[in-house]
Write a protein that binds this ligand. Structure first.
Ligand code: ATR
Length: 275
């Protein structure tokens, strides 16, 4: 019988996951199909019960359901539980198990470009859900020094306190971080600033970067934020958010099928969808 997959979100129409996963199922000759499902917050519990009742094989979870879904699942992986967000669900013999592949996806995408990361002195800009997934996953991967700057300092402090892995962190204000940007080997931008046309600009003005600095922005639309173009102008190597999106999908696909898919193919597919 054909296996059913999907993504639930509100909204969900813009999601690139259906085309990306259906292309992979096709490419690997698997009789499986992936659909977008528009689920409103008030219907989340019914939707999860429905997926279970019909024996759906797995699904992705996107905004605004990543946290609210946790108590509705049978089991949640330790990293997803610590992050407090699930983006991938696997139906394992009738039990719905939740995982978070966002942060680990970011790390895998980063390792593609920067093979040795554990010694990198790192700055994360932002302290929301995406920053938390990335911070915890970088700490899990063995990074020892990850500073955070955020508009609301208390949120950054809270984030660092909740991390289950040993890591050292200074919490900085935006202005302070802008001035000390030249001390970091790796800078990761996780806020929505730079996502045009709504929120243009850069969260962190800087005039100097350390030699060999690597700057990653999790935004992929536009492909180059102002922060990335500024960093490139100062000589840094840069990465946009496509790798994180592709690798979170690749890790979900691996959980569902046991196959780690062709990420170059996925990336080509996503770029095509972005036009
Ligand atoms: P996500 O799940 O995408 O990370 P989020 O949890 O709402 O979304 O987090 C948004 C992040 O972007 C936060 O770090 C937020 O800063 P605050 O914690 O101070 O709210 C940051 N952010 C959003 N809009 C911002 C703005 N205009 N200026 C500075 N930071 C902003």
């Amino acid at each position: 019988m054909r296996k059913l997959y999907g993504v639930i979100g509100d909204p969900v129409g813009h999601s690139m996951s259906p085309v990306m996963h259906n292309d992979l199922f096709n490419f690997y000759g698997m009789d499986r199909q992936y659909f977008p499902f528009h689920v409103k917050p008030m219907d989340l519990e019914d939707a999860v019960k429905g997926f279970k009742a019909i024996g759906a094989a797995g699904f992705n979870v996107t905004v605004p359901h990543k946290t609210q879904i946790i108590p509705l699942l049978d089991k949640v992986d330790h990293l997803a539980e610590a992050i407090g967000a699930v983006n991938t669900v696997v139906n394992e013999n009738g039990l719905l198990i939740g995982y978070n592949t966002d942060g680990r996806g970011f790390v895998r995408g980063l390792l593609d470009r920067l093979p040795a990361i554990t010694e990198k002195k790192t700055l994360i800009i932002g302290a929301g859900g995406a920053a938390k997934a990335i911070y915890f996953s970088l700490a899990e991967a063995g990074l020892k020094e990850i500073d955070i700057c955020n508009r609301t300092a208390a949120r950054a402090e809270e984030l660092a306190k909740g991390c289950p892995f040993a890591v050292q962190s200074a919490i900085l204000g935006m202005e302070e971080a802008g001035k000390s940007c030249d001390q970091y080997d790796l800078i990761i931008q996780t806020t929505s600033i730079g996502m045009s046309p709504d929120i243009d600009g850069t969260p962190l003005p800087f005039s100097a970067l350390k030699e060999g600095c690597f700057v990653s922005d999790i935004i992929y639309n536009p492909l180059e934020t102002r922060l990335l173009s500024e960093a490139a102008r100062l000589g840094a190597a840069t990465q946009n958010g496509i790798d994180m999106f592709v690798y979170q999908g690749a890790l979900a696909f691996e959980k569902w099928t046991g196959i780690f898919p062709d990420t170059a193919r996925m990336k080509g597919n996503v770029l095509k969808q972005l036009g």
